[in-house]
Design a protein around this ligand. Structure first.
Ligand SMILES: Nc1ncnc2c1ncn2[C@@H]1O[C@H](COP(=O)(O)OP(=O)(O)OP(=O)(O)O)[C@@H](O)[C@H]1O
Ligand SMILES: [Mg+2]
Length: 302
């Protein structure tokens, strides 16, 4: 079974804080002493890498045609041959070190066409398990304790690869009527995956984000989420904080702010508390993985 704990941020909706959550939970896990790898599958705009001030480096590599191999390469038929030819450099070239203690595999424009390319693979197991195989064969040997993946805010072949590879979803939700519908739709989606494939994807954490507790409505939505997801809801909600937005614009997370505002400090505490609980939940989920985590014999059941 994989040594690492794995999860993705996913919800079939834009702007709820998936990327923010991946970045902050990643740094929180690193603060707790874990070796963390973040992977950005969310699209070529590189939002995750922008949280760590590395976007210019990545953009320059792309502009200089010095961007191969990249995250989209690992999904291709030729990847095994490429990896063999390049040796250790194949994976080393994919991974960036950040100054907030996490490593990161950035997004790439090649992700744009990846959904369609994966759609051309006839065998469903092969279509959805490419990332899983890549993680098992090429990333696990690097010894990361935790792998977090930022997924696109829609259900496609790329996000299915992410779900298949990590089996655990962190869903950041805003406090509103559409969000509870969206979380319900996510739960239905995960049930559908379980029914169609031999893969149980666990809703590991529903994370209330951008919560403004000055409004009674927010309290009501929080309570509703706690009731609907008693096992999955995060122990601490993340407050709405202009500092989180500002930090992202400056290319860092709230953890790197020298003088955080009250809300940013509370957000940090919340992410730290949630990271600890997440790590426990993921370790428990890993222990009960029915296939023992061996990706080679995972069969399609439908
Ligand atoms: N707790 C928060 N307080 C204030 N702003 C926040 C908070 N969390 C996220 N944001 C801001 O909300 C916006 C959307 O967040 P983010 O990019 O993380 O969402 P996303 O779900 O990844 O969006 P997309 O679907 O576009 O990928 C960003 O500008 C981000 O800085
Ligand atoms: Mg995003």
């Amino acid at each position: 079974m994989p040594r690492s704990i794995r999860a993705c941020t996913f919800l079939d909706k834009g702007g709820t804080g998936k990327t923010t959550t991946a970045a902050h939970l990643g740094v929180a896990l690193a603060e707790q002493g874990k070796d963390v790898l973040l992977i950005d599958l969310a699209g070529k705009q590189g939002d995750l890498v922008k949280h760590f001030g590395c976007w210019e480096t990545v953009e320059r590599q792309i502009a200089d045609d010095n961007d191969w191999p990249n995250i989209s390469t690992v999904f291709q038929d030729q990847w095994a041959a490429i990896a063999e030819k390049l040796g250790d450099a194949a994976v080393e070239d994919l991974v960036l070190q950040t100054d907030e203690g996490v490593d990161l595999i950035p997004a790439h424009p090649g992700l744009d066409s990846l959904d369609a390319e994966l759609g051309n693979i006839d065998d469903a197991h092969d279509r959805y398990s490419r990332l899983d195989s890549f993680l098992d064969e090429y990333i696990e040997p690097l010894g990361y304790d935790a792998i977090l993946i930022d997924l696109p805010g829609l259900t496609n072949n790329v996000s299915y690869n992410g779900l298949w590879a990590v089996r655990n979803v962190i869903a950041p939700v805003e406090m509103g009527p559409f969000e509870s519908e969206q979380a319900e739709a996510l739960r239905a989606d995960l049930d559908k995956i379980a029914a169609n494939f031999d893969v149980d994807v666990n809703l590991a954490m529903v994370l209330p984000n951008k919560v403004d507790t000055r409004t009674t409505l927010a309290e009501e939505y929080l309570e509703a989420f706690r009731e609907a997801y008693p096992d999955a809801v995060a122990p601490a909600h993340v407050p709405v904080s202009q500092d989180i937005r500002n930090a992202a614009e400056q290319g860092r997370t709230a953890f790197a702010l020298e003088e955080p505002s009250t809300t940013a400090a509370r957000a940090r505490e919340a992410f730290l508390e949630n990271a600890e609980v997440l790590a426990e939940r993921l370790a428990d989920a890993r222990a009960v993985r029915p296939d023992g985590g061996d990706s080679t014999d995972r069969g399609e059941s439908a």
